[in-house]
Design a protein around this ligand. Sequence first.
Ligand code: OGA
Ligand code: NI
Length: 345
Amino acid sequence: MISIKALAESPGLTSIPPTYTFTRSPNDEPVSDDPEDSIPIIDFSLLTSGTPDQRSKSIHQLGKACQDWGFFMVINHGVPESLMKAMSDACGEFFNLTEEEKREYGGKHVLDSIRCGTSFNASVDKVLFWRDFLKIFVHPQFHSPSKPAAFREILLEYSKRSRELAMELLKGISMSLGLGDTYIQNALNLELGLQLLAANLYPPCPEPELAMGMPPHSDHGLLTLLIQNGISGLQVQHQSKWVNVNSIPNAFVVNVGDHMEITSNGKYKSVVHRALVNEKATRISIATVIGPPLDTVVGPAPKLVHRETNAPAYTGIKYKEYMQLQQSNQLDGKSCLDHVRILPA
Ligand code: OGA
Ligand code: NI
């Protein structure tokens, strides 16, 4: 299958091949034109090193952001800008390798430690998406492609720093659920948890309104931390509208994934989002997915479940089975969660 990069670079491309025409559903939500509609901002420095009062306010804000939006921006996070830029550049260079060089990592299984390709799952996608990707398992075992030369070192450092950030955010989220700061880490054995880096490349598209970079979906993990190369494209579903995420330079965009929805017994819901493409600029985004260990079965936190007033709303399946489920179907909103949802009697 031709990469979208190779296709987009075909000389004189003025329209997209019909297989890339994404039909928006007739009841697709409108895009919000309210400038007030924007995802909340969390100041990480207040969460971790503020006064006790600032910390408890931050935890409250974090919980509110998870509950109201499922998406928030994190500023003052301490991850060096130079490292974020280096990671984004290194991913750009990976996509610049020859098709031959990239083929070494192509067309494999969802649980393979390094995998690149195009669209989402090109063997089941009825419509192809205007996107190439590179997915790497960086925890509990660290993996890296051997090219480009500097990739491994940058990836190692970026993975470490983004993991530290995620763990602090999870502490705050755990507190906001009234579970104590280490509950999520311990109950889900995150010491051995999966961390997946997914780099997305969205080259310029001659007919951006007809194509789709990534269709509406939720993420499978607990939390996803996203950085982008300064080009917008991400939209988040909120109160029946699509809201543009115009990223603040050097901020992380963080969202609640399906396994946080399960753990919190539905208090914090994963949120549907999509990535649009544009005519002019290449967009690179890098998602870091933090999840439980692949063999862990995640169910709602017992403390959040009450037999009469708050019955468990999800059964658990192994995280890796959940990932396989998502990968073997077409990406379709939150349909994967339906497989583990318990319907009220
Ligand atoms: C993802 C994702 C959005 C983006 O990788 O899961 O939703 O803006 N990416 O690229
Ligand atoms: Ni996503």
